[in-house]
Design a protein around this ligand. Sequence first.
Ligand SMILES: [Zn+2]
Length: 577
Amino acid sequence: MPSTIPEILKIIPLGGLGEIGKNTMVISYGNDMILVDAGLAFPTDEMLGVDLVLPDISFLVENQSKLKGLAITHGHEDHIGGIPFILKEMSIPVIYGPALALGLLEGKLKEGGLEDRTSLRQVRPREKVKIGCFEVQFIRCTHSIADSFSLIIKTPVGTLIHTGDFKFDFTPVDGELFDIASLTAAADEGVLLLMSDSTNTEREGYTPSEKTVWNKLNEVFANAKQRIIVTTFASNVHRVRQVLQAALKYDRKVCILGRSMLNLAGIARELGYMTFPDGLLLPVDQIKKLPMEKVVILTTGSQGEPLSALTRIANDEHKQIKIVKGDTVIISATPIPGNERSVANTINALFTRGAEVIYGRDSGVHVSGHACREEQKLMINLCQPKFFMPIHGEYRMLVSHCELATQCGIPEENTFVLENGDVLEVTADSARKEGHVKAGLILVDSSRHWHINDAIVEDRRHLSEDGLVTVALTLDHERRVLAGPDVNLKGVILPRGIPAEEFVIKVQAVVKAIIDDRSVMDKMEDRELRTHLTAALGKYFDERMRANPLVQILLHNVSVDADKIGKFKRPPTTTSR
Ligand SMILES: [Zn+2]
């Protein structure tokens, strides 16, 4: 009898490892595959013109017949924001998730006309669902958005725990406690692999409870003489809820600015995650009629996003709300890495206009939603896994989290730092990194609903740093030069003391050395000639200016004989920077 090779469990992150954001994890066994979360990320400053970043899902598309379902841990964009983009390419049989996440997702699917590409199924705490050969149990965890879950996943080779995003908040504002009992119950039966959130692995100690923010909010509300403006993440339901409570307590009315904030407050109230009386919220035209000391403005813009309400208010570009002296602005969030500059600009602008701004990690108006090192140790201790794989974090954070696991007694060889696309093969008694699937970035310009090629972003970066050099040539049918080379410089910084006209002549000389060579012109087709000229100019700029401008060669072919229209009478055009 032929021996049967046992199927191997494969853990394949497509996003969220080596980065913050776009958390997307494949778990596969034989012909069954599930996804845990499918998120998006926001672009870094270098990704010019990019609005959203998605994981490359070609692996999913190739294996779509195996995909039995998707389990969502919670409703943050970096966990659900990629779903509509996946559904544009393929269907997902069932999406299981908490009510709030599904409420947010439903709106996105309606907007994209994608409702018939999947079916949404709400799960309750401790509920177990069978997805293919996996049994996924959703257990309550604590995080900065309400209704968050960690997952206990039973597979044919053993039990996995995927923490989702978490912190241990022992006094959560909604009273929903972390289901530690379920973690320990799983540990009693044996946990094969723990995959744990690494976001705050560089921070010692414990993340304070969300409730601690209440004390500071209370203090600010008690002392504010005039208007209060608060910004936070729209998705931070707990925070929004506390701001509304403070407004009620201090007899102020609230105006919500920003589509995402309004949307979330609406869904959260409808689903019962927030309660507030009718009449607490007022539209902007009505709130303006109230005295300043009766007003709270709750707005998007905590990350300094250019089009957000707060950024426009700070820059005096908002039509209805102007900052006046005496306003108190609470920045109830910390910048996501990469947004520090734009947040600082907003804060500067607010101070300039006379507002008092309360901001920063130590101000007491914000706490993180992620576990610090002591909580990460607690998670490892509770689960006592055989193998450990840090998730949700940049590479150094993953390494540091593995060190933590080793300190907690997990042998170093049982800890695995993976990158997106890496495959972790797991059996009942072994785990190893083996192979790689296609993983990468898809860049999206959301205003045009279109993907942006990496090369375009690279060109834009190139342009922004070193400018553009255009060389135009007109050739006749025998590849003789009829006109040009015309050289045009845009945004190119010239070597000190050299006027633009003189520099253009030097560039033309480089081009002429090539195009005056008959042997080159006879043998090269347009494409080859362009490449050759680009390389020669690239070398010249690198050597002379240590710069790397984008070079564009424009070849214009005409079917006339140069001899019949006279030779090179037109002088080359020179253009300034
Ligand atoms: Zn989250």
